[in-house]
Design a binder for this molecule. Sequence first.
Ligand code: BDP
Length: 687
Amino acid sequence: RIGSEAWLRYETVESEALREEYRNACAAVAIAGETKVLRTAATELKEAMRAMTGYSPELVAARDLEASGVIIGVLGGGDAAIDGAIGGEADAIGDEGYVIRSMRGSAGESGRILIAGKSDRGALYGTFHLIRLMQQREPLGGLHIVETPANGLRMINQWDNMDGSIERGYAGKSIFYRDGRFVEDLTRVREYARLLSSVGINAISINNVNVHREETKLITTAYEETLVKVADILRAYGIGLFLSINFASPIAIGGLSTADPLDPAVRGWWAERASDLYRAIPDFGGFLVKADSEFRPGPFTYGRNHADGANMLAEALAPHGGLVIWRCFVYNCLQDWRDRSTDRARAAYDHFTPLDGQFADNVILQIKNGPMDFQVREPVSPLFGGLRETNQVLELQITQEYTGQQKHVCYLVPQWKEVLDFDTHAAGEGTTVAKIANGGAWNRPYGGIAAVSNIGDDACWTGHPLAQANLYGYGRLIWNPSLTAEGIASEWIRLSHSCDPAVEDAVLGILMNSWGIYESYTAPLGVGWMVSPNHHYGPNVDGYEYSKWGTYHFADCRGIGVDRTIGTGTGYAAQYHSPWRETYDSPESCPDELLLFFHHVPYTHVLRSGKTVIQHIYDTHFEGAEAAAALLDEWLSLRGKINEEDFELVASRLAEQRDHAKEWRDVINTYFCRKSGIADGQGRLIY
Ligand code: BDP
């Protein structure tokens, strides 16, 4: 299958000398401590060695390891060398961090490499790090690497349904389910677990947040046998299993007449479900919950608030150490913008800030990066900075629902980095989203990042082979948000495609420009939407303009944009701390790329760039479509340097993108030319 190894592609090392070096360094592999995860680490290393050097190192007991070889182990696991390797660094690495050291051997010997974690997960991540070095043909002498993840929870959310479909999936069918049940053959699940753990992911929810019908029963004993198998597979890769739940389960499958979170029978019912789950899977992670959102049931039905709802589940899970991850994507999807309080952008903040401090310790709120819904450009959700006494995780969307649906290339790591680097000023300067999400800003016990997966049973996992970079990049970035988007992309290219600098240059150029290009030919200046309703692919300027979803641009013959100012608008800008509140509130200081998110302005309004809004729209759309076409040319220059199938597949996707970008350009430009009655300053459009 093309591309199925993704970044775990182990090509034979070209240089004989380097192969020899790797063989010597990894002459044998030992594990210190006996756990499944350590076994996985050893097996992965052996397999990588066999594929890259043709030599499969023997697995030996640590005490039998000759002078050279690799020891993979945990601190306190009984191996003095491992304990010594961590030594002074024990405080520097968290529970899931690791230290890699190459120890010099006696004369002529290449010595040992120690991969030491405080936990076996850490040791596994360290092993994948060592493998990455070899994939990139790095020397292994003198290693002294100390790594620790910035985020505790590093999670993936599958939006998979049991009928095999995937909500917002653009890469085939589910690898977990088919025709209303789990797939028999879980090989692909195992391969996915490998990919995820190789970039440090440690948690996954395996069913859609919209939990309907059969999916509701996943928490019952009906699926226990398979869930245990899935959990076993994931556990071997250090990944914890979570399930999305239906808040109305007590009614839907429990025979109760209510799902009121304060009803003792309801509480008892959830407690029993939790006990059953933990009896089968002692390290079960917990529940992910979408409640009172887009027609899903929730506590509002019973006049209760979201703390009541979340805390009820938290109480059921707490005795077992489980977590409730409660999503903040809560808004009225049947609104008609009657008054300022109905602005959808305000909803999450308005619902959740009054509840700050009321959530149980094992509840985590999961907050989308922006206040709306994963648009190509949105401001950062002001809920980051609005909560201090509540555990939070950031939610990102790897699947490209609004960013080209894996038909267009859109490398999202630069966008995510902007989100993580955003300084909320909540506790003065430097209170970045990265610090809030990982719990550091307010010393919260839990924190991290979750993202909606972009994979399916497609041969290359992600539909568009270049979309693999988003999954890889997600894992790498949330491990260490200070990595650069370029650095991550380069690494991904070397691992997945080639270490040839010409390939790296060209693919890097494509990836790094892709988000900006996509933004330039789609909805302008942060206004968002303008997509075809329901499936969300392709331009439709008024597609959502007269529906009740709260996603408007308010374009008329005079102007465009949403007035979210404090004085005359929805007041949304007031949800930010200073100086953002003032910056966003004024059209003069608001960053151009978000102008129409915050302001309704005439088409002749002059941007900070010096251009009028209307001319900006025309120019970016002409330029964007041209840049999209150029991506294809760049890619075609790689013929012969990239494996044939990937090459052809990407070429055909880029051709589609080129054509589709033109469609976007023409729809958007024509619409605004006619609406505004203002001709293009460069004479390309006549109204
Ligand atoms: C939107 C999707 C919808 C999801 C929803 C969510 O269009 O399919 O169910 O988000 O996050 O982006 O719950």
